[in-house]
Design a binder for this molecule. Structure first.
Ligand code: PXP
Length: 246
């Protein structure tokens, strides 16, 4: 069965836009994670960025304590975050590239160029019984390099597919790239996840890609929850305002 990991970073982005630095506030990523689990999600994904722009250290620690499914901890390869991950002990880490200026993770890891540091982090994680996934573009050279690192999983970056979805020709080109990448990775013994930019419109096409085990989806699910929950939220506020007597 294809599994769903819900990325809850966007919940923290909304909280931080109002309560930055206060250590609490709404919406709460942990509550959101528990709601996702109760709805059937198979795992929770969170990215503790170096600039701590959304998810905070305390969020990830609370997620580790409270969720009952799998914690997929997205992280850059820096000494500080590696130390944090080894203490946190998520079920799996997904190594991602990170640039401070980017709005969200923009490209996949350059595994072939950073083979040694990636190998080293994989070995540290695997020794601690933490699974490892590498977030990479659907590129055969990156997959060949990923197979040399010790990581069990790759997560195929579906951002380009999502970006080119509205044009039939480029959509098919991106689907072909993802299919070739998944097929090649599978033939090398790598397990295959995918994520980034997946939404309620483009998902059906993506399901043509073989060997997928888990999709990590954030923005579209959190956005949909705002749209579907807004009416209830407004009604609840109006009910409270009804008590006004002046
Ligand atoms: N997978 C990875 C590695 C990511 O960096 C992100 C974005 O944070 C996602 C999945 C989820 O992307 P989206 O929020 O566009 O669904």
């Amino acid at each position: 069965m294809l599994k769903l990991g819900v990325n809850i970073d966007h919940v923290a982005t909304l909280r931080e836009s109002r309560y930055r630095g206060q250590g609490s506030g709404e919406p709460c990523p942990v509550k959101a994670a528990l709601t996702c689990e109760a709805a059937g999600a198979h795992g929770i994904t969170a990215h503790l960025r170096e600039d701590k722009r959304h998810i905070q250290d305390h969020d990830v620690k609370a997620l580790r304590r409270k969720i009952n499914t799998r914690l997929n901890f997205e992280m850059a390869i820096t000494a500080e975050i590696v130390r944090f991950a080894l203490k946190l002990r998520p079920d799996i880490v997904c190594l991602v590239p990170e640039k401070r200026q980017e709005v969200t993770t923009e490209g996949g890891l350059e595994v072939s160029r950073k083979l040694n540091p990636i190998k080293q982090v994989c070995s540290q994680m695997l020794k601690a019984n933490i699974g490892v996934s590498l977030f990479i573009d659907p590129d055969i050279q990156q997959i060949d390099a990923a197979a040399k690192t010790g990581a069990q999983f790759i997560e195929l970056h579906t951002g380009s597919f999502a970006e080119h979805f509205n044009n039939a020709r480029t959509r098919q080109r991106e689907l072909n790239r993802l299919t070739a990448a998944a097929t090649h990775a599978h033939s090398l013994g790598l397990r295959v996840n995918a994520g980034h930019g997946l939404n309620y419109e483009n998902l059906k096409s993506l399901l043509e890609v073989p060997h997928l085990e888990e999709l990590n989806i954030g923005h579209s699910i959190i956005s949909r929850s705002v749209e579907t929950g807004l009416s209830k939220a407004v009604k609840e506020m109006l009910r409270l305002m009804k008590g006004y007597r002046y």
